[in-house]
Design a protein around this ligand. Structure first.
Ligand code: 2E7
Ligand code: F3S
Length: 332
């Protein structure tokens, strides 16, 4: 008898910032009608982007591409002050979907720069979140990624520094970089909690999945930093692991000699894609489905007051996972 199994991670998938960001675009479409312009991908997931496009969102790379005076949503990853002022110059009607946990890092950057510290921002150069924070104090922020970067920093060891990080990094890897910084700099401060609750919880769940299963599959798009980190965490903890944008990208060669598959999803990946992958695995004989016992998440971020109902003044609640983005062609 075939006893191949699948275990679903808990928690997995949408975080509070993603639910809020997608809800903001949906609400803006309801209030203003199409088109609603969105600067950059609202979250890094191809399925979400195409579903919102189908409903009338227009995704642009720059605020300069948005017609003057039009509604423009800023993505969950945040923007630099330069982008905000360019949008104001074009008199755009801005709705900000920046995750509140990213806004907190912006505020820290402003505060440390004002205090005269050099800010070492641990993160991936070119990622939108890093670009946004960097823009808060471009002359005072240096982006670093690895322990080697720490060694290469051309700063005196007694430079007053502050350490901030991208919110979606690998917790363990970042600890190593921060330790190297602590070992080198004599006047260093770090708030230390920039990696968000959702990244930490998903990574912790993936560690257990990797210990208990031969293979770990992470549902997420290729530009999703937190999803990529989950793949790395699984590999670091002994499992073969792959990123799977959707079930069509499942490579059957990965399943050779595998009897148990752990499945999780990045913070921007909708549950519908997880269901599709699990259904495909079941067709292939992985039909014993189990669930990890993991922490329930109850974090909810409120929607901007700007999206209140014009008649009742009520601010809509943030949509729950599963209410968002049905399968292509599905009904709401
Ligand atoms: C915003 C932030 O959209 P994502 O895949 O983004 P990353 O940063 O992981 O590429 O996931 C949700 C999200 C995570 N972080 C949104 Cl700052
Ligand atoms: Fe925010 Fe973390 Fe999600 S930074 S958008 S809660 S992955």
């Amino acid at each position: 008898m075939n006893t191949s199994s699948v275990v679903l991670a808990q928690p997995r998938g949408f975080c509070a910032g993603v639910r809020r960001a997608i809800g903001i675009v949906e609400r803006a479409l309801d209030l203003h009608g199409a088109p609603v312009y969105v600067r950059k991908e609202i979250v890094h997931n191809h399925h979400i982007v195409s579903e919102l496009q189908r409903r009338g969102a227009v995704f642009v790379d720059s605020e300069e591409e948005v017609p003057e005076g039009a509604v423009c949503v800023f993505s969950a990853h945040g923007v630099s002050p330069g982008v905000r002022s360019a949008a104001a110059d074009r008199q755009l009607d801005v709705i900000d979907a920046t995750c509140p946990l990213v806004s907190k890092v912006h505020q820290e950057a402003v505060r440390f720069a004002r205090d005269g510290r050099t800010i070492l921002l641990v993160g991936h150069e070119g990622h939108e979140e890093v670009e946004g924070v960097l823009g808060e104090a471009p002359d005072r922020i240096i982006v670093i990624e690895t322990e080697d970067d720490v060694r290469r920093l051309g700063l005196p060891d007694d430079t007053p520094v502050a350490v901030l990080t991208q919110t979606t990094l690998s917790f363990d890897e970042t600890e190593r970089v921060v330790e190297a910084l602590r070992a080198r700099f004599t006047d260093l401060i770090t708030p230390g909690d920039d990696i968000c609750y959702a990244s930490q919880n998903r990574q912790n769940a993936v560690k257990d999945l990797a210990r208990d299963n031969d293979l770990v599959l992470i549902v997420g798009s290729h530009n999703s930093s937190n999803s990529l980190r989950m793949v790395e965490v699984a590999r670091d903890h002994g499992a073969a692991a792959h990123l799977v944008p959707d079930e069509e990208h499942l490579d059957l060669a990965w399943l050779k000699d595998v009897s148990s598959v752990g499945v999780s999803a990045g913070a921007s990946a909708p549950e519908i894609l997880v269901i599709g992958l699990v259904a495909r695995l079941a067709e292939l004989g992985f039909d014993q489905i189990g669930f990890q016992r993991g922490a329930a998440e109850d974090v909810v971020f409120s929607m901007p007051g700007r999206l209140a109902d014009p008649v009742t003044g009520r601010i809509p609640s943030t949509p729950l996972a599963g209410e968002i983005a049905p399968a292509p062609g599905g009904k709401r």
